[in-house]
Design a protein around this ligand. Structure first.
Ligand SMILES: [Mn+2]
Length: 158
């Protein structure tokens, strides 16, 4: 099973459509700041699309966060701005551990990251539309769940 993880598209959706076509995921997770494009993002995919609320999603009934079961893993999806992720991932990882999560998936920084510490994955796909990391290439993550529930995460760039 392949999960496409994206974030912070801010209503500039072309790269998302390209990645969707390339990756053909079984599920999409969007970590917020879709800015009103929820319908476009959802209807373009022929798989479930889970989107959470970002700090720039003002008139939206998106959920603030989601707790998903992906295979045997518990994944928590939230934009991250309430957990000071611009400073570091320490707060959000602490909260994820308190909730007994295996994976926390967040955005907001527009910088991709995959961390693993003491059994917890903390992943951020960066932004497909307004990247801010060194080099500023649009980024996303693919999460693969193998037959024996092996987990792997890859940061990819356009
Ligand atoms: Mn953003």
């Amino acid at each position: 099973m392949k999960v496409l993880i994206v974030s912070d598209t801010h209503r500039k959706n072309d790269n998302y459509f390209t990645v969707l076509e390339q990756e053909k995921p079984d599920m999409v997770i969007h970590c917020g700041d879709a800015e009103g494009s929820e319908y476009a993002l959802t209807s373009a995919a022929d798989c479930p699309v889970h989107i959470v609320l970002g700090n720039n999603d003002y008139f939206s009934d998106l959920p603030k966060e989601l707790e998903l079961e992906i295979g045997p893993y518990r994944a928590w999806v939230t934009h991250g701005h309430n957990y000071y992720v611009s400073m570091s991932s320490e707060h959000i990882k602490r909260e994820a551990r308190a909730r007994d999560m295996d994976i926390v998936i967040y955005g907001h920084t527009h910088k991709p990251a995959v961390e693993r510490s003491r059994g917890l994955y903390a992943v951020n796909p960066g932004s497909l539309s307004y990247p801010r990391q060194e080099g500023r290439r649009p980024s996303y993550i693919t999460m693969e769940l193998g037959r024996k529930n092996e987990l792997s995460f890859r940061i990819k760039y356009l």
